[in-house]
Ligand binder design. Structure first.
Ligand code: TA6
Length: 280
C-alpha cells in the first residue's frame, strides 16, 4: 500500500508483509525499515517497522516478552465496524484483525478482538488506530506499546527527543526505579531503557544530521518507552546488526504504568499518528 504524500518526491509507503493466509507484520516505510538481520519468517516479530506489544509490555509470567500479538498472524478485516470518518477520509488504509488462538487463551484466558487500522494520508501521516474489545464474560486488563523503530542517522550524534522534560520515568536499568527527567531534551550517550509516565500527546524526535524530525502524536497512550540497547546489549540481539543500534531509536507510545481495564463488551481505542517534517 503506498500513497504519494504531498508531491511524488515525498512518497511514503507502508509494506504489509503477507504470509500464507495471514498478515505477519506491518512493516513501515519499507523492508529497509527493518534490521539487515531481521527474521521475516513467522511467527517471530520482524525487528523493524512498528510491532505492537500486547497484551503486556515487558517480560513477566508465562507470556512471551512484550506479549504475543506481534508474534501472531493477523487477518485482513474485510468488514470492520465503522470508524470515525476522519479515520478513512483521504487516506489509504488496511484493516487487520487479531483474535486469540486456543494456545493464547491457555496462557492468557481473556477473549478479545484487536482491530488495527493502518492508514496513510496525503500529507504522509502514518496513523495506527487500535481498537481492543473485551468479548469475554469477565473484565481483563492489558498494557500496550507501539514499538517504533525510528531510522536515525547516528544515535550518538545530534539526535534528541523533546516532550519528555520534567516527566517521571521508570528506569529499567535501575530495577524500574522512578526518577524525574531533569534535562530540556533527551540525548544519548549510552543505553537508555525507560518508561516515561503521563507524557503530553506530542513527542518530537529530532535527527539533526538527516535534517528531519519525527512527530509522534498519540491518543489513549499516556506513557512513552524510550529504548536504545547501545553497543553491548545490541551484540546479544541476534536479529540486530552489531552496529545497527546507532541507526535505531524506539520511542513508543504506550499504556504501561496504568494498564487498560475493559469490562465485558467494552472497547478501548488508542491512536498513534506519525509524521516526518524537514527540520534544520
Ligand atoms: O523496551 C525496552 C525493553 O523492555 C528492553 O528492556 C529490551 O528487553 C527490549 O525491550 C527488548 O525488546 P524486543 O523488541 O527486542 O523484544
Amino acid at each position: 500500500m503506498d500513497h504519494s504524500a504531498a508531491g511524488d518526491d515525498n512518497r511514503a509507503t507502508v509494506e504489509v508483509t503477507k504470509y500464507k493466509n495471514g498478515i505477519q507484520q506491518v512493516l513501515l516505510q519499507n523492508p529497509r525499515g527493518a534490521s539487515a538481520r531481521a527474521n521475516f519468517k513467522p511467527p517471530a516479530a520482524v525487528r523493524g517497522g512498528i510491532p505492537i506489544c500486547f497484551p503486556q509490555f515487558g517480560n513477566r509470567g508465562s507470556l512471551e516478552q512484550h506479549g504475543f500479538a506481534r508474534n501472531r498472524m493477523w487477518l485482513i478485516d474485510e468488514n470492520p465496524p465503522p470508524l470515525h470518518s476522519s479515520d478513512s477520509n483521504g487516506k489509504a488504509y488496511i484493516d487487520l484483525l487479531l483474535k486469540p488462538s486456543e494456545e493464547d487463551l491457555r496462557i492468557w484466558p481473556h477473549s478479545f478482538e484487536f482491530r488495527l487500522r493502518v492508514a496513510l494520508d496525503f500529507d504522509g501521516h502514518l496513523i495506527f488506530t487500535s481498537r481492543v474489545r473485551n468479548i469475554n464474560s469477565k473484565p481483563f486488563s492489558f498494557s500496550i506499546a507501539y514499538r517504533t523503530y525510528f531510522s536515525i542517522s547516528d544515535i550518538s550524534s545530534e539526535v534528541r527527543v523533546e516532550g519528555l522534560e520534567t516527566l517521571d520515568y521508570l528506569d529499567n536499568l535501575c530495577q524500574r526505579e522512578r526518577f524525574t527527567e531533569q534535562g530540556d531534551a533527551l540525548t544519548f550517550e549510552s543505553e537508555v531503557d525507560r518508561v516515561y509516565l503521563s507524557s503530553s500527546d506530542v513527542i518530537a524526535v529530532f535527527d539533526h544530521q538527516k535534517k528531519r524530525t519525527f512527530l509522534i502524536r498519540k491518543e489513549g497512550l499516556p506513557d512513552v518507552v524510550v529504548w536504545n540497547p547501545w553497543e553491548k546489549k545490541s551484540k546479544a540481539i541476534v536479529d540486530l546488526g552489531d552496529e545497527e543500534y546507532k541507526q535505531m531509536l524506539c520511542v513508543d507510545g504506550a499504556a504501561i504504568e496504568k494498564p487498560v481495564t475493559l469490562k465485558p463488551g467494552e472497547e478501548w481505542t488508542g491512536r498513534l499518528d506519525l509524521s516526518v517534517v524537514a527540520s534544520i
